[in-house]
Design a binder for this molecule. Structure first.
Ligand SMILES: [Mg+2]
Length: 322
């Protein structure tokens, strides 16, 4: 059985699909603007469990994960469509009211207009399809393919929080009775914040040479940049920002690193910058907590993990759906 990535890669080759392979498709809009568009499917018991979350949190996540893909292109989100299939047993509850209420709160917050969608019944599970479109100046969408040897690698925020939250949920911890540190981590998993403002600023400054959002996990998402850019990377273990609350979950350095390197769904931005442009980072983005974690190499598709005195190869672990 091919993995999800291999399946898409095969489709891309078989049908010579030229516009896939990035966080969003980039389409011409007019002489000054490109349209970027993304779609995300959330399936009950694959991407979320009703017993672990709430209809409001699903509404937020459905929109946020797509907004994160728009941010990863350096674009401004503008329009959205939302389709949902729900089973009979939820049809007569307040599930849809709560779902859409939160969805609209998030769309208002980021100034996104709903322009369509669909609704249907399913035999027994909830399925949500979220489509978001955004705009970026012509030719200025930040792609996965722009990284060059010598570029520096950065992430916004701290990593591993969402995967730790998932671990707590899998271990039986629930939001209602969670301790404060547990709640923080569970919210990272169930209530992600897309980096919309940073994405728009990066589109305007054109600072990153390549960018992706961290949905699959650092090891996999950096591998996506390396593959599309035909480069390699070197990551300095001590520079990887690990979410502080993970210290309460585990004392094991290896486990913390595993969560930060391979855990998915943090929805931070991973980006590369030509060292010549670093002054833009210092001048325009002082208030953002970026972390320099490594550099791009010419060693195609090899990601080296450097810690004091030794080098290992970082394999993409992929996002583990539960
Ligand atoms: Mg993405």
């Amino acid at each position: 059985m091919p993995t999800e990535f291999e399946f898409i890669e095969n489709l891309r080759k078989k049908f010579a699909l030229k516009r896939i392979g990035d966080d969003c498709a980039v389409l011409p809009k007019d002489s000054k603007t490109d349209l970027v568009i993304t779609t995300d499917l959330l399936v009950e018991d694959v991407d979320f469990r009703l017993a672990w979350t709430t209809p409001e949190l699903i509404g937020n996540k459905a929109l946020s994960v797509s907004l994160s893909d728009i941010a990863a292109m350096g674009a401004r989100p503008v329009w959205a469509m939302i389709s949902i299939g729900i089973p009979e047993k939820l049809w007569d509850t307040d599930f849809l009211d709560m779902f859409y209420q939160e969805w609209f709160i998030v769309s208002k917050k980021f100034d996104v207009e709903i322009v369509g969608g669909d609704i249907s019944k399913t035999p027994d599970r909830v399925v949500v399809d979220s489509i978001v479109a955004g705009e970026v100046a012509k030719g200025e969408a930040i792609l996965r393919s722009g990284a060059r040897p010598g570029d520096l690698i950065f992430v916004t925020g701290e990593l591993g929080g969402a995967a730790s939250g998932l671990k707590l949920l899998e271990g039986g911890v629930r939001l209602e009775s969670a301790k404060s540190w547990q709640k923080t981590l569970i919210y990272k998993q169930l209530n992600p914040t897309p980096q919309v403002k940073t994405g728009i600023q990066f589109g305007e400054s054109q600072m990153p040479s390549a960018m992706i959002d961290l949905s699959d996990g650092l090891s996999s998402d950096l591998a996506h940049i390396c593959r599309e850019s035909r480069v390699g990377a070197r990551v300095f273990v001590d520079k990887v920002p690990i979410h502080k609350k993970i210290n309460s979950l585990t004392k094991s350095r290896d486990e913390k690193l595993d969560l930060a390197l391979n855990g998915g769904e943090d929805f931070e931005l991973l980006f590369t910058v030509d060292p010549k442009k670093i002054f833009v980072l210092e001048k325009e983005h002082q208030n953002f907590p970026f972390h320099h974690i490594g550099e791009i190499t010419a060693n195609a598709e090899i990601i080296e993990l450097i810690s004091t005195g030794k080098t290992a190869i970082l394999e993409p672990k992929g996002y583990r759906h539960f």
